[in-house]
Design a protein around this ligand. Sequence first.
Ligand SMILES: [Zn+2]
Length: 157
Amino acid sequence: MTKSKSKFLIVPLASEIADAARQAAAHGAGDHAIIVADSPHGFPCRHCLHFARPGERMILFPYAAIPAGHPYSETGPIFVHAEPCLRYDAVNEFPDELRQGRVLRAYNSKFDMIDAEVVDGCEPKEVVERFLQNPVTAFVDARSVTRGCYTFRMERA
Ligand SMILES: [Zn+2]
């Protein structure tokens, strides 16, 4: 039996959004703060999907993961590296550094949340694939299990 291909793709934050956040922070936008990471697992960059190393500068800004105009609309704080970084490109692999401390939420095409599960202690890929077995699932979002912050999206391959 051949190894089955990943059934979903990782979708990190768009480079255009990361670049716009860097420009806004450089221009002193009030809702874009520069934060210096002071712990190794507290500041995940949504663009490269790596944790900031202590001492690295991050931009903290609000992002509408679920757009306005829906019951589950949600805007919340996310980090990107203040310096340019490479967008995560291992789109068939669940990001290694983010396998723990995440909750996975399934949404339908109208942005309604239809399922959610904490992945600590289990294989995140299996949870995502189970959500996608439901034909109504349009995408799955990973968020911080503690603070609830949006981390990245997964879409059907
Ligand atoms: Zn980064």
